[in-house]
Design a protein around this ligand. Structure first.
Ligand SMILES: Cc1cc2nc3c(=O)[nH]c(=O)nc-3n(C[C@H](O)[C@H](O)[C@H](O)COP(=O)(O)O)c2cc1C
Length: 219
């Protein structure tokens, strides 16, 4: 496979500015908060229930979160994060991981399972330098997954780094050692194609040393 023809590294979602602040939380009961979020997504996004009800299920006490795919190559799938985050510590302890892609418009799901390795620092620096200054500032100030007193604490750190960049130039916002890339090297793929009669197609590829064994699974 050649490098991807789509420039995924430079795709940037605009997340907006809807803050989640302790003092304005609509409920301090997590079930009620989930209910409020779910209803808001249903009523305000124009998404259908079919679009918002799929949920990624993980078992054996793993923990899941979304990241942005930065690259896929013939050896695996890369994403960037903070090595000292919760996921970073979990991956240090156990590098086995899975990724789940779900593309509802085409009724496709791809499951990838394998072992995660850290990307070479040179590549991580490259990704870091492609990020907008505001994203670099936010990542540099954040000890990801650490408990912080409030949003103001983070905003104050951001102001300090904005001032530093204004004084010394944006190159002063260097990549912290704790920020870098991960590369998931797959040993298992499953491609799922949904069918309207629910007799879905599931094609699995499992690595056996250096060949991929193909199997069909019952839906
Ligand atoms: C759409 C989306 C994209 C995200 N992309 C990233 C990412 O590329 N890297 C990252 O570290 N966190 C990303 N996050 C935040 C993570 O889901 C997560 O909150 C964060 O990495 C901390 O996870 P941890 O405490 O389990 O380590 C993203 C979240 C969403 C919803």
């Amino acid at each position: 496979m050649e490098t991807p023809s789509i420039d995924i590294q430079n795709i940037r979602a605009q997340y907006g500015n809807t803050y989640l602040l302790e003092e304005n939380l609509p409920s301090t009961n997590p079930f009620t908060l989930f209910d409020i979020w779910f209803r808001e997504v249903a009523s305000e996004t124009g998404l259908t229930l079919e679009e918002i009800s799929p949920v990624c299920v993980s078992e054996l006490r793993p923990s899941s979160r979304m990241v942005l795919l930065k690259d896929y190559t013939p050896t695996g799938f890369s994403f960037c994060s903070n090595y000292s985050s919760r996921k970073g510590s979990q991956l240090d302890e156990n590098p086995n991981a899975s990724m789940l892609f779900y593309w509802p418009k085409v009724n496709r799901q791809v499951r990838v399972e394998g072992v995660v390795e850290k990307l070479q620092d040179e590549k991580a620096v490259n990704y870091w330098n492609q990020r907008p200054l505001s994203s670099r500032i936010s990542s540099k100030l954040s000890v990801q997954s650490e408990v912080v007193p409030d949003r103001q604490y983070l905003e104050a750190k951001r102001t300090e780094l904005i001032e530093l960049a204004e004084r010394e130039g944006s190159h002063a916002i260097t990549k912290p050692d704790s920020w870098g890339g991960y590369h998931l090297v797959p040993r298992y793929f499953e491609f799922w194609q949904g069918q309207s009669d629910r007799l879905h197609d599931r094609i699995v590829f499992e690595r056996d040393v250096d060949v991929w064994l193909l199997k069909r699974l019952s839906p």
